[in-house]
Every structure is written in C-alpha cells, then in structure tokens.
Design a protein around this ligand. Structure first.
Ligand code: NAD
Length: 315
C-alpha cells in the first residue's frame, strides 16, 4: 500500500495552521507538506517541509506533488465571505480555479484523494433557517456562497464522472485562539475573546440576536481527519456534508464570557456583515455525517469558552 503523503494548500491560514500540525502528529512531520503564498507559523515552518505555492497554479502543484510523491491534497486556500464581497472577481478566480486545478490532478491520477471545505454559506435566505437539512434549497446571495455551492457541484461531478475521491464538509463558523481568522462573517466569535481579555469590552459587528452555527477548531480538525479516513463506501455524499456542534448569538457568547470576566461589556454596531449573516442558517442538521461516518462533536459553548479563556491567558 502507498504511504499517505499529504500536501496542504493554504496551510498558513486559520484552519491550515492547526490542521497541518495535527496531520503531522498523525502521519509524521515529513509526510505532510505545508504550502501557502506566505510563510506559516514558526511551529509549522520548523516542524516539516514547506513550499510556496499559488493554489491556482496547477503546474507548480503538480511539480510539488511529484517531488514529494503526494497522495492526498487538502485545499484550504480560499477568499472568505466578508473579504470576497469586496473583491468578487478575485474571490471567484481563487475559489474556483484552485479547486478545478486539484480536481484535474486527481482525474489525471496524480493524486488519490482530495479534501475541500465547503461552508454553511452555500445556503441563502430562501433556505429553511432552523435545523437546515442536508438536502434543501441552496440559493446563496454572497459571492463566497456562490463559489462554495458551485464547488460542491464540481466535486460531485468529478466523483460521478471520473471517480475522483473528493470529500467535503460544510463548516460552520470556526472558532480558534491560535491563529486569527481570515475575513469571515463569524470572525467576531474569535475577536470577542481577545478583546474581552485585553480591554474588557467589545464592539460586535453583528446584532445581539444573530444566531449562527459555530464549531471549536479542535472539532473541525477532527471532523476533517475522520472524514478523510472513512471507508470510501461510507461516504454517501460527495458535494458537502452538513456539520454542526453548537449555535449561539453574540449576546449568548458574551454572557458565557462574563462568567469568567464579570466586568466584560459588549456593544453592537452591525455593518455589511449583518446582511451576510442574515442570509445564513441559524442551526444545522448534520445527522447524515453522524450516521455515515460517525461524526461526533466534543465542544459546546460552555466547554469551548472555558478552554479558550484558559489558553489566551497563557499567551
Ligand atoms: P484563511 O483565510 O484563514 O486562510 C486561507 C489561506 O489561504 C491563507 O493563509 C492565505 O494566505 C492562503 N491563500 C490565499 N490565496 C492563496 C493562493 N492563491 N494560493 C495559496 N494560498 C492562498 O481561511 P481558513 O479560515 O483557514 O479557511 C480554510 C478553508 O475553510 C476555506 O476554504 C474556507 O472557505 C473554509 N471555511 C472556513 C470557515 C471558517 O470559519 N474559518 C468556515 C467555513 C469554511
């Protein structure tokens, strides 16, 4: 059997930083090649191979795939929801061309398996908002959502037509403390912890009762690795699995933080991101992921808040 060797594209971002290190722990440092258009964390740069790669440049990806005998690609390079609204054409080019480059490399048998994250942004204002089902209306109104829903269709197409083993999750907002997020609509749920500890106050760019699906980074990383390890026959959905852990509003996370920092104050000044948030579901039904490959989350709002506050205090 060929040894698993992994290339992570967009490894220096919020998810890549933690996913790459977890993959290195599992498969061995030299088995996991990190890459991005900018350097990653000191830990990532020191612990294993790193290459500068533009994820839309198929020829360079192929060179690196051949150099290291890569078997799996995790494609994390993308422009996220809030930034994409400011640069729609660039977002489309990056999000689509990188995916098509990697799908083609698998179709041409240079790689065996692909991971590509989708998002709850595939849904739109016409989607049922509460407990959003796996199969439902998908009419996104953001350029990011349009790129994710199109990407899902491409993944399914390459699976059906060429047998490409591509797997995908519709991540909710991912909350971490190691790396700052890269321009999404759920970023407030990361910033709020840093501001609460630094200044005891936070001005939120979403309104107090905006409920969104969220997940702690450790759960997102575990879900990704579990999905990629699952038996191919268990994977019944090739566009993107709904994935959930918790959902909350800015007011609810502020109340949770106040248990540790009673003087913490939150104010609300909704900006353009409110409209994006309003178009997304407030909670997600992920029963297919739980049934097909035994997905289980570990963190809820209470346990996540406790861990993040402990960790940021140590920084
Ligand atoms: P991020 O913005 O933190 O990181 C993206 C990385 O891609 C950055 O390090 C950036 O330098 C790199 N990049 C940009 N252009 C590139 C290019 N041309 N070539 C190579 N690298 C390039 O994003 P993230 O939060 O880590 O997201 C990773 C993936 O997960 C994305 O597909 C995103 O859409 C998806 N996702 C994230 C969230 C979330 O809450 N973070 C939620 C849903 C889906």
């Amino acid at each position: 059997m060929t040894k698993t060797r992994i290339l992570v594209l967009g490894a220096s971002g919020q998810i890549g930083t933690e996913l790459t290190q977890k993959l290195r722990l599992l498969y061995g440092n030299t088995q996991v090649i990190a890459s991005d258009i900018r350097n990653g964390s000191d830990e990532m740069m020191a612990s294993g191979p790193f290459e500068i790669i533009d994820a839309t440049d198929k020829a360079t990806i192929l060179k690196v795939v051949q150099k290291y005998k890569v078997t799996q690609v995790y494609l994390l390079a993308a422009m996220l929801s809030a930034t994409a609204e400011k640069h729609p054409q660039q977002a489309w080019n990056l999000n689509m061309n990188s995916l098509l480059a990697v799908l083609d490399l698998a179709k041409e048998k240079h790689i065996k398996q692909i991971y590509w994250p989708s998002s709850i942004a595939v849904f739109g204002p016409t989607t049922p908002k509460v407990n959003t089902p796996q199969k439902t209306v998908m009419e996104p109104t953001t350029v990011y959502g349009i790129s994710k829903v199109s990407g899902e269709f491409w993944c399914n197409y390459y699976y059906e037509k060429y047998g490409v083993d591509v797997r995908s999750l519709r991540y909710p907002g991912i909350i971490s403390w190691k790396t700052k997020p890269g321009g999404g609509t759920t970023d407030y749920a990361v910033d709020i912890f840093f501001k609460a500890l630094e200044n005891k106050k936070y001005e939120c760019f979403l309104s107090e009762n905006t409920r969104l699906p969220m997940m702690y980074m450790d759960d997102a990383v575990n879900a990704t690795i579990e999905l990629m390890k699952a038996d191919p026959d268990a994977i019944k959905i090739r566009n993107g699995y709904n994935l959930a852990a918790m959902d909350f509003t800015p007011k609810e996370i502020a109340l949770e933080i106040q248990k540790y920092i009673p003087e913490f104050e939150i104010t609300y000044q909704p900006d353009f991101r409110q409209k994006i948030a309003d178009s997304w579901p407030s909670s997600i039904d992920d029963s297919d992921a739980r049934k097909d490959w035994n997905w289980q989350h570990n963190y809820d709002l209470e346990s996540m808040t406790k861990v993040i506050i402990q960790q940021i205090k140590k920084l």
